[in-house]
Write a protein that binds this ligand. Structure first.
Ligand SMILES: Nc1ncnc2c1ncn2[C@@H]1O[C@H](COP(=O)(O)OP(=O)(O)O)[C@@H](O)[C@H]1O
Ligand SMILES: [Mg+2]
Length: 304
């Protein structure tokens, strides 16, 4: 019988932030007679070679311990099949990957990367001097966020001359990542980001999650909260997403990712842009898309 590990983390980690997807996938796999179970990625007792496939589902604490996660990937890769592929996952852990995708022809939000406070300060001064970002009047705003991060951890939206922007950049650098600085994309602040889900390269569903960052730092409403709504995706948007997946495969020399969440936004300034290609542990929002859990479970089974 096929054995599949759905890779998660400690139950306590989900106390305030439950993973709604994995139980649905688990049930679907079990009903298809697959021996699937949730397994904690950093549990030293696990015999990974006992599984036909380890599916990275919600190891959501990896941005807090990236070096350990990286070592873990190297440890398990020879023991079982890991999906998405470890090589692609490691590349996807650091948002410098956006540069690779830009080189492969994908439009991304203009981004500068900073490993020192001085370099971040220069970029912020430049952004403040350049002024207007989104076409509207008023002072330039920027988003500062870490190269290794998810769920908006250490991400903030500030006026470029707000000392809080520099402080956040320094906090990110002290935390061990590089700080990314981007002009504010007004359409993101308006909540027009679309997360487009692809299983085996096929569109399954798409979600708008609303605006997340409060002006002046922190989250709207004080905590991270995606207000997920199912949205329609146009043919042009699907074509853009397929181009992103092609670029991902080309850059990595790998096959089609089993799953992907491609975050895009249509902008007045840049046209369609890629914000993020999440290939590691996306929240799938399956409870908003009844039936997709079976599509995903079947795709998992087919690869095991
Ligand atoms: N350049 C930007 N302009 C405006 N909002 C942004 C910008 N970059 C990110 N955001 C907001 O911050 C959120 C988190 O940023 P993102 O790059 O997606 O990182 P994460 O990996 O934390 O999801 C986005 O979903 C979006 O709402
Ligand atoms: Mg995101």
């Amino acid at each position: 019988m096929t054995r599949i590990a759905l890779v998660v983390t400690d139950p306590e980690f989900y106390a305030d932030d439950p993973d709604p997807d994995t139980p649905l996938i688990l049930d679907s796999l079990l009903s298809a007679d697959v021996l699937a179970e949730m397994v904690v990625w950093h549990d030293p007792e696990v015999d990974w070679s006992a599984y036909d496939l380890a599916l990275l589902r919600s190891p959501w604490d990896y941005p807090l311990r990236p070096a350990e996660f990286d070592r873990w990937l190297q440890h398990v890769a020879p023991l079982t099949r890991v999906l998405n592929e470890p090589h692609m996952v490691r590349w996807n852990m650091d948002k410098h990957y956006l540069d690779d995708l830009a080189s492969a022809g994908i439009t991304v939000v203009p981004t500068s990367y900073h490993r020192s406070p001085g370099s971040a300060a220069e970029a912020l001064t430049r952004a403040a001097q350049e002024g207007v970002t989104g076409g509207a009047d008023g002072p330039a705003h920027v988003v500062v966020k870490p190269t290794v991060g998810s769920r908006s951890r250490l991400a903030g939206l500030f006026r470029a001359d707000d000392p809080g922007a520099q402080q956040l950049a320094e906090a990110i650098i002290a935390d061990g990542a590089a700080a990314m600085i981007q002009p504010e994309v007004p359409e993101l602040s308006e909540g027009l980001e679309k997360a487009v889900y692809m299983v085996d390269g096929q569109f399954t569903h798409a979600i708008a999650k609303g605006a997340l960052l409060a002006r002046g730092g922190g989250m709207i409403g004080g905590i991270y909260g995606e207000n997920a709504q199912v949205v329609e995706v146009t043919e042009e948007e699907k074509a853009f997403v397929r181009q992103v997946l092609k670029a991902v495969m080309k850059v990595n020399g790998t096959e089609m990712p089993l799953y992907a969440r491609i975050d895009i936004v249509d902008t007045a300034r840049y046209g369609k842009v890629l914000l993020e290609a999440e290939l590691i542990e996306p929240l799938l929002n399956l409870h908003h898309a009844p039936g997709v859990e079976h599509v995903f479970a079947e795709a998992i089974r087919a690869r095991a």
